[in-house]
Design a protein around this ligand. Structure first.
Ligand SMILES: [Zn+2]
Length: 319
């Protein structure tokens, strides 16, 4: 590892339901690394709606996050609603296209505030975790687009991708509200058309972020590799971050379970204890042939770009 004075942010970038939660948990099992989950959602999930942390307590009762919140409140005078508003606006990809001078000036002020808030979170979490490696699984490419450059932090970006057809299938399924299970509200079904459009936007924005980064700070990881060849993925992450994770590799090779740190924002997997990485390929079995072919055609450029095979047989499905 590098000097203890260097503050490092490992940013997990990608689309919803691409497996960022399991990667966030895996990275948090490396010695000296703290995985905080979706830091950009903490203001709402933790501060405003007081959701359950993965430790089983409400955010306000969790020693870790209540300590982080006190630290942030001592550094920022803004109300949570103001922080949430700026976060939402600056993470909207349409801000890239602000053309008028007046709008650009507003964006500059807003970006400065956004960076200030993000840094307050990073510093407070790192201090509380007594670490100099923090995983932010906020996923949104625009977050990184706004944070890169002139920063006191070193950014390492892991771009998490998953077969776009599996993402469409997953988001098409609704999930019922289950507070203690980590689902704050009913999650309605998203149409395939909407997800496909969002997947293209996410891929373009991710390419923009990649372009802004030195090659040594970008690593693309497939969800399918994380769940099937976990130790091999750690073999890539090890030199990428410059951290040693030999004991974790041995642990996962031996079928060991993963522990979970304090996470307030993220999907429901974060609420499980002793996490075992599993390979859920149910979408391959359950998606009808017609839908599979039509979706494959609609996302063909993404399949080629991220190197996914076209047919189910090529993926390894024997049904
Ligand atoms: Zn907690």
């Amino acid at each position: 590892m590098k000097s203890v004075t260097t503050k490092n942010i490992v940013y997990i970038m990608g689309h919803a339901r691409s497996g960022s939660t399991i990667l966030n948990i895996l990275l948090g099992n490396i010695d000296g690394v703290f995985s905080a989950g979706e830091i950009n959602n903490y203001v709402i999930s933790g501060w405003v709606t007081n959701e359950y942390c993965s430790c089983g307590k409400r955010a306000s009762d969790c020693e870790f996050w209540s300590g982080v919140q006190s630290s942030i409140e001592s550094h920022l005078e803004q109300e949570p609603s103001e922080i949430a508003l700026v976060t939402r606006k600056m993470e909207n990809w349409r801000t890239i296209f602000s053309v008028s001078k007046q709008k650009r000036n507003v964006q500059t002020l807003r970006r400065n505030a956004y960076v200030l808030y993000a840094h307050a979170f990073f510093n407070s979490i790192l201090e509380r975790a007594d670490s100099n490696w923090l995983v932010d699984a906020s996923k949104v490419p625009m977050r990184l687009y706004n944070l890169l450059g002139g920063s006191e932090f070193e950014y390492y970006v892991i771009h998490m991708v998953r077969d776009p057809r599996a993402v469409c299938y997953s988001l098409n399924r609704s999930i019922e509200k289950n507070l203690e299970g980590g689902v704050q509200k009913d999650l309605s079904s998203r149409s395939y058309a909407t997800t496909i459009k969002e997947l293209y936007i996410s891929a373009i924005l991710s390419a923009l972020v990649k372009w802004k980064l030195p090659a040594s700070r970008y690593l693309c990881v497939k969800h399918e590799d994380v769940v099937v060849r976990t130790a091999d993925v750690l073999d890539k992450i090890d030199p990428f971050l410059g951290v040693r994770c030999d004991s974790l590799k041995d642990h996962v090779r031996g079928g060991g379970v993963l522990f979970q740190s304090h996470n307030v924002a993220g999907n429901r997997l974060r609420m499980q204890k002793d996490i075992k990485i599993t390979n859920d390929q149910s979408w391959l079995k359950e998606m009808s042939a017609a839908r599979y072919i039509l979706t494959s055609l609609a996302v063909a450029p993404l399949l080629i770009y991220f190197r996914y095979p076209f047919t189910r047989k090529a993926i390894g499905y024997e049904g």
